[in-house]
Unconditional design. Structure first.
Length: 264
């Protein structure tokens, strides 16, 4: 039931964002990026899909800002709603994991409700994240076939699938597989006393170091993109993007809750 809910919610988020974007006159690329960011895992999904659909920096920053805003709102609002409707811990965890946008936001929403809900929210969210690579492959194939059709219809369309998916997506899939199989070494470092004075724990694992490096690289990448953005261009479409993100987030939250209550 949980897997069906997760897959259904991803589809609902993407379709609702694209449909609302069309109604609002928002660019197709921005709407799709808002949809994948809302439906899967926020910034990471947006950054993975953007090069496949030829998005520019304005599209990327606008979608990232919209998804982050409503992900934060969902993180704060869902625990309060869960308390009012008297939902079970497991059900709330699945709801948070399937409807809150980014991984830290979903996990925080779950643990704000209860320890059990936090564990379930983490598991549900990780399943959503694991579906990023298959989605990127599907979108890559779809856009390649759509935009590379030859003028002579008798000629076959040749698509180099391995080149369509950005290299970091393959890295993500490889690391997720290694981590799931327990093949990442369990190395633990013991920082010196002077280093621990900076707030570093007494023991630091290899996975903790890798996770921190990933966060720093993502921050630098977002900052670099932001430096190239034309604020005047963003100001002309931000209202439409906010409405699209709001609508997609509300639809996702409502449908996710309904599916959780029916299937769990």
């Amino acid at each position: 039931g949980a897997l069906a809910t997760i897959i259904g919610c991803i589809g609902i988020a993407m379709l609702s964002a694209v449909y609302l974007g069309k109604l609002l006159g928002l660019g197709k690329r921005v709407a799709l990026l808002i949809g994948v960011g809302t439906g899967i895992c926020g910034n990471s999904a947006i950054v993975a899909v953007a090069p496949l659909i030829d998005s520019d920096d304005e599209d990327l920053v606008l979608s990232v800002g919209t998804v982050n805003l409503f992900g934060l709102i969902a993180m704060l609002v869902l625990p309060a709603i869960g308390s009012m409707i008297n939902i079970s811990d497991n059900a709330f965890g699945i709801w948070a994991g399937t409807s809150v946008h980014a991984v830290p936001q979903a996990v925080a929403a779950g643990y704000a409700f209860s320890l059990e809900a936090g564990t379930m929210a983490t598991l549900a969210k990780l399943v959503r994240v694991a579906l990023l690579a298959p989605l990127v492959c599907v979108l890559a194939i779809y856009y390649a076939r759509r935009h590379s059709a030859p003028t002579d219809r008798s000629m076959p369309v040749v698509v180099h699938y391995a080149r369509l998916v950005p290299w970091f997506v393959w890295g993500f899939a490889a690391m997720a597989t290694l981590g799931t199989l327990g093949l990442i070494p369990t190395m633990v470092f013991s920082p010196t006393e002077s280093v621990r004075s900076w707030g570093i724990p007494e023991s630091v694992s290899l996975t903790m170091v890798a996770a921190w490096c990933g966060k720093m690289l993502l921050i630098w990448a977002m900052a670099a993109i932001g430096l190239e953005v034309n604020v005047r261009v963003l100001g002309g479409v931000s209202g439409k993007a906010l409405l699209c993100g709001l609508g997609a987030s509300v639809i996702l939250g409502a449908v996710s809750l309904l599916l959780v209550l029916i299937l769990t």
